[in-house]
Design a protein around this ligand. Structure first.
Ligand SMILES: O=P(O)(O)OC[C@H]1O[C@H](O)[C@H](O)[C@@H](O)[C@@H]1O
Length: 552
Protein backbone atom coordinates (compact mmCIF):
# COMPACT_ATOMS: atom_id res chain seq x y z
CA UNK A 1 0.00 0.00 0.00
CA UNK A 2 3.04 2.15 -0.03
CA UNK A 3 2.37 2.51 -3.73
CA UNK A 4 5.84 1.28 -4.65
CA UNK A 5 6.19 -1.35 -7.31
CA UNK A 6 6.80 -4.70 -5.65
CA UNK A 7 9.45 -5.58 -8.19
CA UNK A 8 11.65 -2.75 -6.92
CA UNK A 9 12.26 -4.39 -3.55
CA UNK A 10 15.58 -6.13 -3.14
CA UNK A 11 13.78 -9.00 -1.37
CA UNK A 12 11.68 -9.46 -4.51
CA UNK A 13 14.85 -9.81 -6.58
CA UNK A 14 16.25 -12.20 -4.04
CA UNK A 15 13.08 -14.28 -4.25
CA UNK A 16 13.31 -14.32 -8.04
CA UNK A 17 16.89 -15.62 -7.76
CA UNK A 18 15.81 -18.23 -5.24
CA UNK A 19 13.01 -19.33 -7.51
CA UNK A 20 15.29 -19.50 -10.56
CA UNK A 21 17.97 -21.49 -8.83
CA UNK A 22 15.89 -23.62 -6.46
CA UNK A 23 12.51 -24.37 -7.90
CA UNK A 24 13.57 -27.55 -9.67
CA UNK A 25 14.81 -28.86 -6.35
CA UNK A 26 11.71 -27.93 -4.41
CA UNK A 27 10.15 -31.37 -4.37
CA UNK A 28 7.95 -32.07 -1.36
CA UNK A 29 8.80 -35.78 -1.30
CA UNK A 30 12.49 -34.94 -0.99
CA UNK A 31 12.03 -32.02 1.36
CA UNK A 32 10.08 -34.18 3.80
CA UNK A 33 12.43 -37.15 3.39
CA UNK A 34 15.47 -34.99 4.10
CA UNK A 35 14.05 -33.19 7.10
CA UNK A 36 12.11 -35.06 9.78
CA UNK A 37 11.56 -31.72 11.52
CA UNK A 38 9.76 -30.15 8.57
CA UNK A 39 6.31 -30.21 10.17
CA UNK A 40 7.74 -28.78 13.41
CA UNK A 41 9.35 -25.95 11.51
CA UNK A 42 6.38 -25.04 9.37
CA UNK A 43 3.36 -25.24 11.61
CA UNK A 44 1.98 -22.64 13.99
CA UNK A 45 -0.73 -22.87 16.57
CA UNK A 46 -2.95 -19.86 16.98
CA UNK A 47 -4.34 -19.26 20.45
CA UNK A 48 -6.48 -16.18 20.82
CA UNK A 49 -4.84 -13.72 23.22
CA UNK A 50 -8.28 -13.25 24.78
CA UNK A 51 -9.62 -16.77 24.97
CA UNK A 52 -7.65 -20.01 24.86
CA UNK A 53 -10.58 -21.97 23.44
CA UNK A 54 -10.35 -19.99 20.20
CA UNK A 55 -7.49 -21.83 18.64
CA UNK A 56 -6.38 -23.55 15.46
CA UNK A 57 -3.38 -25.15 13.88
CA UNK A 58 -1.91 -23.88 10.62
CA UNK A 59 0.24 -26.51 8.96
CA UNK A 60 2.11 -24.92 6.06
CA UNK A 61 4.78 -27.57 5.76
CA UNK A 62 3.33 -28.84 2.47
CA UNK A 63 4.46 -25.73 0.63
CA UNK A 64 7.25 -25.40 -1.91
CA UNK A 65 9.49 -23.51 0.45
CA UNK A 66 12.69 -23.88 2.42
CA UNK A 67 13.81 -21.90 5.44
CA UNK A 68 15.83 -19.42 3.31
CA UNK A 69 12.81 -18.89 1.03
CA UNK A 70 10.53 -18.33 4.03
CA UNK A 71 13.06 -15.86 5.45
CA UNK A 72 13.26 -13.99 2.13
CA UNK A 73 9.46 -13.83 1.95
CA UNK A 74 9.38 -12.23 5.39
CA UNK A 75 12.11 -9.81 4.31
CA UNK A 76 9.75 -8.73 1.55
CA UNK A 77 7.10 -7.98 4.19
CA UNK A 78 9.61 -5.85 6.09
CA UNK A 79 10.83 -4.04 3.02
CA UNK A 80 7.29 -3.30 1.83
CA UNK A 81 6.68 -1.79 5.30
CA UNK A 82 3.64 -3.93 5.97
CA UNK A 83 4.06 -3.35 9.70
CA UNK A 84 4.06 0.42 9.25
CA UNK A 85 0.97 0.28 7.02
CA UNK A 86 -0.74 -2.03 9.46
CA UNK A 87 -0.18 0.61 12.17
CA UNK A 88 -1.57 3.29 9.86
CA UNK A 89 -4.72 1.18 9.40
CA UNK A 90 -5.17 0.68 13.14
CA UNK A 91 -4.52 4.39 13.76
CA UNK A 92 -7.31 5.38 11.38
CA UNK A 93 -5.07 7.02 8.77
CA UNK A 94 -6.76 7.40 5.42
CA UNK A 95 -5.02 4.49 3.73
CA UNK A 96 -7.86 4.21 1.21
CA UNK A 97 -6.28 7.10 -0.65
CA UNK A 98 -8.45 7.19 -3.78
CA UNK A 99 -11.54 7.73 -1.63
CA UNK A 100 -9.68 9.53 1.16
CA UNK A 101 -11.07 7.19 3.80
CA UNK A 102 -9.87 5.33 6.84
CA UNK A 103 -10.14 1.52 6.81
CA UNK A 104 -11.48 0.60 10.19
CA UNK A 105 -13.38 -2.65 10.24
CA UNK A 106 -11.05 -3.42 13.16
CA UNK A 107 -12.77 -0.60 15.09
CA UNK A 108 -16.09 -2.47 14.86
CA UNK A 109 -14.72 -5.24 17.08
CA UNK A 110 -12.29 -3.25 19.17
CA UNK A 111 -13.98 -3.49 22.59
CA UNK A 112 -12.20 -0.31 23.72
CA UNK A 113 -8.76 -1.86 23.31
CA UNK A 114 -7.31 0.88 21.12
CA UNK A 115 -8.10 4.56 20.91
CA UNK A 116 -8.83 5.37 17.29
CA UNK A 117 -9.26 9.06 16.48
CA UNK A 118 -11.78 8.86 13.63
CA UNK A 119 -15.26 10.28 13.71
CA UNK A 120 -17.91 7.63 14.22
CA UNK A 121 -15.64 5.24 16.09
CA UNK A 122 -17.09 6.49 19.39
CA UNK A 123 -20.59 5.59 18.13
CA UNK A 124 -19.81 1.90 17.58
CA UNK A 125 -20.95 0.85 21.08
CA UNK A 126 -24.20 2.73 20.68
CA UNK A 127 -25.00 0.91 17.43
CA UNK A 128 -24.07 -2.43 18.99
CA UNK A 129 -26.48 -1.66 21.84
CA UNK A 130 -29.18 -0.88 19.26
CA UNK A 131 -28.48 -4.19 17.49
CA UNK A 132 -28.64 -6.02 20.81
CA UNK A 133 -31.90 -4.44 21.89
CA UNK A 134 -33.60 -4.88 18.52
CA UNK A 135 -32.41 -8.43 17.85
CA UNK A 136 -33.52 -9.49 21.31
CA UNK A 137 -36.97 -8.00 20.87
CA UNK A 138 -37.42 -9.80 17.53
CA UNK A 139 -36.13 -13.12 18.90
CA UNK A 140 -38.24 -12.96 22.06
CA UNK A 141 -41.39 -12.21 20.07
CA UNK A 142 -41.77 -8.86 21.77
CA UNK A 143 -41.45 -6.98 18.47
CA UNK A 144 -44.85 -7.27 16.84
CA UNK A 145 -45.98 -6.94 13.27
CA UNK A 146 -48.90 -4.73 12.31
CA UNK A 147 -51.54 -7.31 13.30
CA UNK A 148 -49.95 -8.01 16.66
CA UNK A 149 -48.19 -11.22 15.65
CA UNK A 150 -44.50 -11.85 16.37
CA UNK A 151 -41.90 -12.04 13.62
CA UNK A 152 -40.98 -15.51 12.39
CA UNK A 153 -39.28 -14.61 9.08
CA UNK A 154 -36.61 -12.08 8.21
CA UNK A 155 -35.64 -11.08 4.68
CA UNK A 156 -32.30 -9.31 4.27
CA UNK A 157 -32.33 -7.33 1.05
CA UNK A 158 -28.80 -6.33 0.04
CA UNK A 159 -26.08 -7.23 -2.43
CA UNK A 160 -22.28 -7.65 -2.43
CA UNK A 161 -20.93 -6.95 1.03
CA UNK A 162 -24.45 -6.21 2.27
CA UNK A 163 -25.41 -9.79 1.48
CA UNK A 164 -22.44 -12.14 1.34
CA UNK A 165 -21.22 -11.68 4.93
CA UNK A 166 -24.65 -12.22 6.55
CA UNK A 167 -25.32 -15.18 4.23
CA UNK A 168 -21.95 -16.81 4.91
CA UNK A 169 -22.07 -16.32 8.68
CA UNK A 170 -25.71 -17.34 9.20
CA UNK A 171 -24.96 -20.51 7.23
CA UNK A 172 -21.68 -21.13 9.06
CA UNK A 173 -23.30 -20.70 12.47
CA UNK A 174 -26.58 -22.42 11.73
CA UNK A 175 -25.93 -24.72 14.69
CA UNK A 176 -26.45 -21.64 16.88
CA UNK A 177 -29.56 -20.40 15.08
CA UNK A 178 -33.07 -19.94 16.38
CA UNK A 179 -34.74 -22.77 14.56
CA UNK A 180 -38.25 -21.32 14.54
CA UNK A 181 -37.07 -18.20 12.76
CA UNK A 182 -36.46 -18.35 9.02
CA UNK A 183 -33.95 -16.07 7.34
CA UNK A 184 -33.95 -15.32 3.62
CA UNK A 185 -31.46 -13.26 1.66
CA UNK A 186 -32.50 -11.48 -1.53
CA UNK A 187 -29.71 -9.95 -3.57
CA UNK A 188 -30.21 -10.38 -7.30
CA UNK A 189 -32.15 -7.78 -9.28
CA UNK A 190 -33.69 -10.70 -11.16
CA UNK A 191 -37.34 -10.53 -10.04
CA UNK A 192 -37.23 -14.27 -9.60
CA UNK A 193 -35.13 -13.94 -6.46
CA UNK A 194 -37.63 -11.69 -4.70
CA UNK A 195 -40.75 -13.37 -6.10
CA UNK A 196 -39.67 -16.85 -5.04
CA UNK A 197 -38.75 -15.56 -1.58
CA UNK A 198 -42.01 -13.66 -1.07
CA UNK A 199 -43.92 -16.84 -1.85
CA UNK A 200 -42.50 -18.18 1.40
CA UNK A 201 -43.39 -15.11 3.47
CA UNK A 202 -46.43 -13.90 5.35
CA UNK A 203 -46.66 -10.09 5.43
CA UNK A 204 -47.95 -10.20 9.00
CA UNK A 205 -44.91 -11.98 10.39
CA UNK A 206 -42.06 -10.91 8.06
CA UNK A 207 -39.41 -8.30 8.81
CA UNK A 208 -37.49 -6.80 5.88
CA UNK A 209 -33.95 -5.64 6.58
CA UNK A 210 -32.78 -3.29 3.85
CA UNK A 211 -28.98 -3.48 3.90
CA UNK A 212 -27.09 -0.98 1.81
CA UNK A 213 -24.09 1.10 2.78
CA UNK A 214 -24.88 3.74 0.16
CA UNK A 215 -28.64 3.16 -0.04
CA UNK A 216 -28.34 3.95 -3.74
CA UNK A 217 -27.55 0.47 -5.09
CA UNK A 218 -30.01 -0.14 -7.92
CA UNK A 219 -30.65 -3.80 -7.14
CA UNK A 220 -31.29 -3.23 -3.45
CA UNK A 221 -33.49 -0.17 -3.78
CA UNK A 222 -35.56 -1.81 -6.54
CA UNK A 223 -35.97 -5.02 -4.52
CA UNK A 224 -36.79 -3.05 -1.38
CA UNK A 225 -39.41 -0.96 -3.21
CA UNK A 226 -41.07 -4.06 -4.66
CA UNK A 227 -41.01 -5.75 -1.24
CA UNK A 228 -42.68 -2.69 0.26
CA UNK A 229 -45.32 -2.71 -2.51
CA UNK A 230 -45.95 -6.42 -1.82
CA UNK A 231 -46.28 -5.71 1.89
CA UNK A 232 -48.63 -2.77 1.38
CA UNK A 233 -50.83 -4.74 -0.99
CA UNK A 234 -51.92 -6.61 2.17
CA UNK A 235 -51.19 -4.20 5.01
CA UNK A 236 -52.65 -1.21 3.06
CA UNK A 237 -51.66 1.56 5.43
CA UNK A 238 -48.14 3.03 5.05
CA UNK A 239 -47.94 3.52 8.79
CA UNK A 240 -47.39 -0.26 9.12
CA UNK A 241 -44.10 -0.07 7.19
CA UNK A 242 -42.38 0.98 10.42
CA UNK A 243 -43.09 -2.44 12.05
CA UNK A 244 -41.80 -4.40 9.06
CA UNK A 245 -38.91 -2.49 7.46
CA UNK A 246 -35.59 -1.50 8.99
CA UNK A 247 -32.50 -0.14 7.25
CA UNK A 248 -28.76 -0.67 7.70
CA UNK A 249 -26.89 2.18 6.08
CA UNK A 250 -24.53 5.14 6.21
CA UNK A 251 -27.03 7.30 4.29
CA UNK A 252 -29.68 8.65 6.67
CA UNK A 253 -31.18 10.98 4.08
CA UNK A 254 -31.87 8.25 1.51
CA UNK A 255 -33.22 5.92 4.21
CA UNK A 256 -35.68 8.56 5.41
CA UNK A 257 -36.72 9.33 1.85
CA UNK A 258 -37.46 5.66 1.34
CA UNK A 259 -39.91 5.86 4.23
CA UNK A 260 -37.95 4.18 7.01
CA UNK A 261 -37.79 6.30 10.15
CA UNK A 262 -34.44 7.07 11.72
CA UNK A 263 -35.19 4.99 14.85
CA UNK A 264 -35.46 1.96 12.57
CA UNK A 265 -32.11 2.72 11.00
CA UNK A 266 -28.87 1.11 12.09
CA UNK A 267 -25.97 3.37 11.33
CA UNK A 268 -22.47 2.69 10.11
CA UNK A 269 -19.71 4.79 8.64
CA UNK A 270 -17.80 5.37 5.42
CA UNK A 271 -14.67 3.78 6.91
CA UNK A 272 -16.38 0.38 6.80
CA UNK A 273 -15.79 -1.17 3.39
CA UNK A 274 -18.74 -3.14 2.01
CA UNK A 275 -16.77 -6.39 1.94
CA UNK A 276 -15.60 -5.82 5.52
CA UNK A 277 -19.02 -4.86 6.89
CA UNK A 278 -20.45 -8.00 8.46
CA UNK A 279 -19.10 -6.75 11.82
CA UNK A 280 -21.15 -3.56 11.53
CA UNK A 281 -24.91 -2.90 11.45
CA UNK A 282 -24.86 -5.08 8.31
CA UNK A 283 -24.60 -7.96 10.80
CA UNK A 284 -28.11 -7.29 12.17
CA UNK A 285 -29.55 -10.36 10.43
CA UNK A 286 -26.70 -12.41 11.96
CA UNK A 287 -27.53 -11.13 15.45
CA UNK A 288 -31.21 -11.95 14.95
CA UNK A 289 -30.47 -15.45 13.70
CA UNK A 290 -27.79 -16.52 16.21
CA UNK A 291 -28.53 -14.14 19.07
CA UNK A 292 -26.58 -11.09 20.16
CA UNK A 293 -24.30 -12.97 22.57
CA UNK A 294 -23.08 -15.18 19.74
CA UNK A 295 -22.71 -12.17 17.44
CA UNK A 296 -20.50 -10.58 20.08
CA UNK A 297 -18.45 -13.80 20.30
CA UNK A 298 -17.92 -13.57 16.54
CA UNK A 299 -16.64 -10.01 16.95
CA UNK A 300 -14.41 -11.02 19.87
CA UNK A 301 -12.93 -13.87 17.86
CA UNK A 302 -12.02 -11.40 15.13
CA UNK A 303 -10.61 -8.96 17.67
CA UNK A 304 -8.30 -11.65 19.03
CA UNK A 305 -6.95 -12.14 15.50
CA UNK A 306 -6.56 -8.36 15.13
CA UNK A 307 -4.37 -8.33 18.21
CA UNK A 308 -2.35 -11.26 16.92
CA UNK A 309 -1.89 -9.58 13.53
CA UNK A 310 -0.83 -6.37 15.21
CA UNK A 311 1.65 -7.84 17.66
CA UNK A 312 2.94 -11.28 16.64
CA UNK A 313 6.46 -11.37 15.15
CA UNK A 314 6.32 -11.89 11.40
CA UNK A 315 7.52 -15.49 11.49
CA UNK A 316 4.66 -16.31 13.87
CA UNK A 317 2.09 -14.01 12.28
CA UNK A 318 -0.53 -16.18 10.60
CA UNK A 319 -2.09 -13.66 8.21
CA UNK A 320 1.41 -12.67 7.13
CA UNK A 321 2.42 -16.30 6.58
CA UNK A 322 -0.64 -17.00 4.42
CA UNK A 323 -0.02 -13.78 2.51
CA UNK A 324 3.59 -14.49 1.63
CA UNK A 325 2.89 -18.07 0.60
CA UNK A 326 0.22 -16.71 -1.73
CA UNK A 327 2.73 -14.24 -3.19
CA UNK A 328 5.29 -17.00 -3.72
CA UNK A 329 2.89 -18.96 -5.94
CA UNK A 330 1.14 -16.00 -7.54
CA UNK A 331 4.23 -14.06 -8.48
CA UNK A 332 7.02 -16.59 -8.81
CA UNK A 333 5.31 -19.86 -9.76
CA UNK A 334 2.75 -18.06 -11.96
CA UNK A 335 -0.27 -19.62 -10.22
CA UNK A 336 -3.42 -17.84 -11.32
CA UNK A 337 -5.89 -19.08 -8.74
CA UNK A 338 -6.22 -20.03 -5.10
CA UNK A 339 -8.59 -22.60 -3.62
CA UNK A 340 -10.47 -22.39 -0.34
CA UNK A 341 -11.66 -25.85 0.68
CA UNK A 342 -13.53 -26.01 3.96
CA UNK A 343 -14.29 -29.56 5.04
CA UNK A 344 -17.36 -28.36 6.86
CA UNK A 345 -20.77 -28.11 5.27
CA UNK A 346 -21.55 -25.11 7.45
CA UNK A 347 -18.76 -23.24 5.65
CA UNK A 348 -20.20 -23.88 2.21
CA UNK A 349 -20.39 -20.13 1.51
CA UNK A 350 -16.86 -19.38 2.75
CA UNK A 351 -15.29 -19.30 -0.72
CA UNK A 352 -18.17 -17.24 -2.16
CA UNK A 353 -17.67 -14.75 0.63
CA UNK A 354 -13.96 -14.41 0.03
CA UNK A 355 -14.43 -14.12 -3.71
CA UNK A 356 -15.65 -10.62 -2.99
CA UNK A 357 -13.32 -10.17 -0.02
CA UNK A 358 -10.19 -11.02 -1.98
CA UNK A 359 -10.99 -10.29 -5.61
CA UNK A 360 -12.71 -6.94 -5.05
CA UNK A 361 -9.88 -5.91 -2.74
CA UNK A 362 -6.84 -7.02 -4.71
CA UNK A 363 -8.10 -7.25 -8.29
CA UNK A 364 -6.22 -4.06 -9.21
CA UNK A 365 -3.58 -3.31 -11.81
CA UNK A 366 -2.32 0.14 -10.89
CA UNK A 367 -0.43 1.03 -7.74
CA UNK A 368 -1.58 3.67 -5.29
CA UNK A 369 0.73 6.03 -7.14
CA UNK A 370 -1.01 5.33 -10.43
CA UNK A 371 1.71 3.17 -11.95
CA UNK A 372 0.73 0.15 -14.04
CA UNK A 373 1.98 -3.02 -12.40
CA UNK A 374 4.00 -5.45 -14.48
CA UNK A 375 3.30 -8.37 -12.15
CA UNK A 376 0.31 -10.36 -11.06
CA UNK A 377 -1.85 -9.08 -8.20
CA UNK A 378 -4.86 -10.77 -6.58
CA UNK A 379 -5.51 -14.41 -7.47
CA UNK A 380 -8.78 -15.80 -8.77
CA UNK A 381 -10.33 -17.26 -5.67
CA UNK A 382 -12.60 -20.25 -5.77
CA UNK A 383 -13.61 -23.31 -3.81
CA UNK A 384 -16.33 -25.55 -2.49
CA UNK A 385 -17.13 -27.46 0.65
CA UNK A 386 -15.42 -30.83 0.94
CA UNK A 387 -16.06 -33.55 -0.09
CA UNK A 388 -18.27 -32.24 -2.90
CA UNK A 389 -15.36 -30.67 -4.74
CA UNK A 390 -13.56 -34.02 -4.83
CA UNK A 391 -16.28 -35.38 -7.09
CA UNK A 392 -16.21 -32.34 -9.30
CA UNK A 393 -13.05 -30.33 -9.98
CA UNK A 394 -10.32 -32.10 -7.96
CA UNK A 395 -9.35 -34.13 -11.05
CA UNK A 396 -7.87 -30.96 -12.52
CA UNK A 397 -6.26 -29.99 -9.21
CA UNK A 398 -4.50 -33.39 -8.96
CA UNK A 399 -3.59 -34.12 -12.56
CA UNK A 400 -4.30 -31.01 -14.63
CA UNK A 401 -1.62 -28.74 -16.06
CA UNK A 402 -2.13 -25.89 -13.62
CA UNK A 403 -0.62 -25.24 -10.22
CA UNK A 404 -3.46 -24.49 -7.81
CA UNK A 405 -2.42 -23.77 -4.22
CA UNK A 406 -5.18 -24.68 -1.77
CA UNK A 407 -6.18 -24.04 1.82
CA UNK A 408 -7.93 -26.95 3.52
CA UNK A 409 -9.96 -26.10 6.64
CA UNK A 410 -11.76 -28.45 9.03
CA UNK A 411 -13.13 -28.77 12.55
CA UNK A 412 -11.95 -31.66 14.75
CA UNK A 413 -15.43 -31.94 16.27
CA UNK A 414 -18.68 -31.84 14.35
CA UNK A 415 -21.83 -30.12 15.52
CA UNK A 416 -23.67 -33.12 14.11
CA UNK A 417 -21.89 -36.28 15.26
CA UNK A 418 -24.45 -38.58 13.69
CA UNK A 419 -23.81 -42.32 13.41
CA UNK A 420 -21.33 -42.04 16.30
CA UNK A 421 -19.31 -39.48 14.30
CA UNK A 422 -18.79 -41.90 11.45
CA UNK A 423 -19.64 -39.17 8.93
CA UNK A 424 -17.16 -36.84 10.55
CA UNK A 425 -14.37 -39.41 10.63
CA UNK A 426 -14.92 -40.09 6.93
CA UNK A 427 -14.97 -36.34 6.23
CA UNK A 428 -11.75 -35.81 8.14
CA UNK A 429 -10.03 -38.78 6.57
CA UNK A 430 -10.59 -36.99 3.27
CA UNK A 431 -9.38 -33.72 4.75
CA UNK A 432 -6.12 -35.46 5.72
CA UNK A 433 -5.82 -37.52 2.55
CA UNK A 434 -6.27 -34.82 -0.08
CA UNK A 435 -3.31 -32.60 0.92
CA UNK A 436 -1.22 -35.75 1.24
CA UNK A 437 -2.18 -36.92 -2.26
CA UNK A 438 -1.59 -33.46 -3.70
CA UNK A 439 1.83 -33.15 -2.10
CA UNK A 440 3.25 -36.63 -2.65
CA UNK A 441 1.29 -37.98 -5.60
CA UNK A 442 1.97 -41.44 -6.97
CA UNK A 443 5.04 -42.25 -9.03
CA UNK A 444 5.13 -44.26 -12.25
CA UNK A 445 7.04 -46.93 -10.41
CA UNK A 446 4.32 -47.21 -7.78
CA UNK A 447 1.64 -47.41 -10.47
CA UNK A 448 3.51 -50.17 -12.35
CA UNK A 449 3.91 -52.15 -9.22
CA UNK A 450 0.23 -51.84 -8.47
CA UNK A 451 -1.03 -52.66 -11.97
CA UNK A 452 1.33 -55.53 -12.76
CA UNK A 453 3.20 -56.31 -15.98
CA UNK A 454 0.16 -56.49 -18.28
CA UNK A 455 -0.89 -52.86 -17.86
CA UNK A 456 -0.71 -50.79 -21.03
CA UNK A 457 1.60 -47.76 -21.16
CA UNK A 458 -1.27 -45.25 -21.55
CA UNK A 459 -3.03 -46.73 -18.53
CA UNK A 460 0.12 -46.51 -16.42
CA UNK A 461 0.70 -42.88 -17.45
CA UNK A 462 -2.91 -41.89 -16.77
CA UNK A 463 -2.64 -43.19 -13.22
CA UNK A 464 0.49 -41.27 -12.28
CA UNK A 465 0.02 -38.35 -9.89
CA UNK A 466 2.82 -35.83 -10.28
CA UNK A 467 2.30 -34.52 -6.73
CA UNK A 468 4.25 -31.51 -5.52
CA UNK A 469 1.03 -29.51 -5.35
CA UNK A 470 1.12 -27.19 -2.35
CA UNK A 471 -1.50 -26.68 0.32
CA UNK A 472 -2.09 -25.28 3.79
CA UNK A 473 -4.15 -27.14 6.37
CA UNK A 474 -6.08 -25.31 9.05
CA UNK A 475 -7.56 -27.51 11.76
CA UNK A 476 -9.67 -26.08 14.58
CA UNK A 477 -11.49 -27.80 17.48
CA UNK A 478 -15.03 -26.76 16.56
CA UNK A 479 -16.74 -24.14 14.41
CA UNK A 480 -17.82 -21.68 17.10
CA UNK A 481 -18.75 -18.01 16.57
CA UNK A 482 -15.42 -16.95 17.99
CA UNK A 483 -13.40 -19.35 15.82
CA UNK A 484 -15.27 -18.20 12.73
CA UNK A 485 -14.53 -14.58 13.65
CA UNK A 486 -10.82 -15.42 13.96
CA UNK A 487 -10.76 -17.24 10.62
CA UNK A 488 -12.49 -14.44 8.74
CA UNK A 489 -10.15 -11.85 10.26
CA UNK A 490 -7.19 -14.11 9.38
CA UNK A 491 -8.09 -13.89 5.70
CA UNK A 492 -8.93 -10.17 5.89
CA UNK A 493 -5.42 -9.43 7.15
CA UNK A 494 -3.89 -11.78 4.62
CA UNK A 495 -5.56 -9.70 1.88
CA UNK A 496 -4.31 -6.49 3.52
CA UNK A 497 -0.74 -7.78 3.68
CA UNK A 498 -0.72 -8.83 0.04
CA UNK A 499 -2.21 -5.49 -1.04
CA UNK A 500 0.57 -3.59 0.74
CA UNK A 501 3.26 -5.72 -0.92
CA UNK A 502 1.73 -5.22 -4.36
CA UNK A 503 1.47 -1.47 -3.72
CA UNK A 504 -2.23 -1.34 -4.57
CA UNK A 505 -5.25 0.13 -2.81
CA UNK A 506 -7.17 -2.88 -1.45
CA UNK A 507 -10.05 -0.73 -0.27
CA UNK A 508 -11.67 0.88 -3.29
CA UNK A 509 -13.60 -0.89 -6.05
CA UNK A 510 -13.55 1.38 -9.10
CA UNK A 511 -13.74 -1.64 -11.38
CA UNK A 512 -17.41 -2.24 -10.62
CA UNK A 513 -18.53 1.21 -11.81
CA UNK A 514 -18.34 1.15 -15.60
CA UNK A 515 -20.84 -1.66 -16.10
CA UNK A 516 -23.30 0.10 -13.78
CA UNK A 517 -23.10 3.33 -15.81
CA UNK A 518 -23.56 1.53 -19.13
CA UNK A 519 -26.53 -0.46 -17.80
CA UNK A 520 -28.25 2.75 -16.71
CA UNK A 521 -27.79 4.17 -20.19
CA UNK A 522 -29.09 1.00 -21.84
CA UNK A 523 -32.10 0.79 -19.50
CA UNK A 524 -33.32 4.09 -20.98
CA UNK A 525 -32.99 2.68 -24.52
CA UNK A 526 -34.75 -0.67 -24.11
CA UNK A 527 -38.20 0.42 -25.25
CA UNK A 528 -37.76 1.12 -28.96
CA UNK A 529 -35.22 -0.06 -31.55
CA UNK A 530 -34.67 3.52 -32.75
CA UNK A 531 -33.61 4.52 -29.21
CA UNK A 532 -30.64 2.13 -29.27
CA UNK A 533 -27.80 4.59 -29.92
CA UNK A 534 -24.10 4.89 -29.34
CA UNK A 535 -23.13 1.23 -29.07
CA UNK A 536 -20.92 -1.15 -31.01
CA UNK A 537 -22.66 -3.45 -33.49
CA UNK A 538 -22.56 -6.42 -31.12
CA UNK A 539 -24.33 -4.65 -28.25
CA UNK A 540 -26.81 -3.05 -30.67
CA UNK A 541 -27.52 -6.44 -32.28
CA UNK A 542 -28.15 -8.07 -28.92
CA UNK A 543 -30.53 -5.36 -27.75
CA UNK A 544 -32.42 -5.49 -31.09
CA UNK A 545 -32.79 -9.25 -30.78
CA UNK A 546 -34.20 -8.81 -27.26
CA UNK A 547 -36.63 -6.16 -28.51
CA UNK A 548 -37.86 -8.49 -31.27
CA UNK A 549 -38.50 -11.37 -28.88
CA UNK A 550 -39.69 -9.86 -25.65
CA UNK A 551 -43.28 -10.36 -24.76
CA UNK A 552 -44.25 -8.34 -21.74
O1 LIG B 1 -24.06 -1.74 0.45
P1 LIG B 1 -24.22 -1.12 -0.88
O2 LIG B 1 -23.88 0.35 -0.85
O3 LIG B 1 -25.60 -1.36 -1.41
O4 LIG B 1 -23.19 -1.77 -1.85
C1 LIG B 1 -23.25 -3.12 -2.22
C2 LIG B 1 -22.04 -3.49 -3.06
O5 LIG B 1 -22.01 -2.57 -4.13
C3 LIG B 1 -20.92 -2.63 -5.04
O6 LIG B 1 -21.02 -3.74 -5.85
C4 LIG B 1 -19.59 -2.66 -4.35
O7 LIG B 1 -18.61 -3.00 -5.27
C5 LIG B 1 -19.58 -3.63 -3.20
O8 LIG B 1 -18.39 -3.48 -2.48
C6 LIG B 1 -20.73 -3.40 -2.28
O9 LIG B 1 -20.68 -4.32 -1.23
Amino acid sequence: MSGRLATEYSAWKKLQDLYDTEHNRLVLRDLFAKDPQRFQKFNREYVSPDDASTTFLLDFSKNLITEPIFAALLDLVREAQVEEYREKMFAGEHINTSEDRAVLHVALRNFDEWKIPESGVNEVDQVLAHIKEFSESVRSGEWKGYTGKSINTIVNIGIGGSDLGPVMVTEALKAYSKRDLTAHFVSNIDGTHLAETLRLCDPETTLFIIASKTFTTQETITNATSARDWFLSTAKDKVHVARHFVALSTNTKAVTEFGISSENMFQFWDWVGGRYSLWSAIGLSIAIVIGYANFEELLKGAHGMDKHFRSAPLEQNLPVILAVLGIWYNNFYGAQTHLLLPYDQYLHKFADYFQQGDMESNGKSVTKNGQQVAYQTGPILWGAAGTNGQHSFYQLVHQGTKLIPADFLAPAISHNPIAHSLHHRILLSNFFAQPEALAFGKTEEEVRKELGPNATEPLVKSKVFGGNRPSNSILFPKLTPSTLGALVALYEHKIFTQGVIWGINSFDQMGVELGKVLAKNILAQLEKPEDVQGHDSSTTGLIHYYQKHRKE
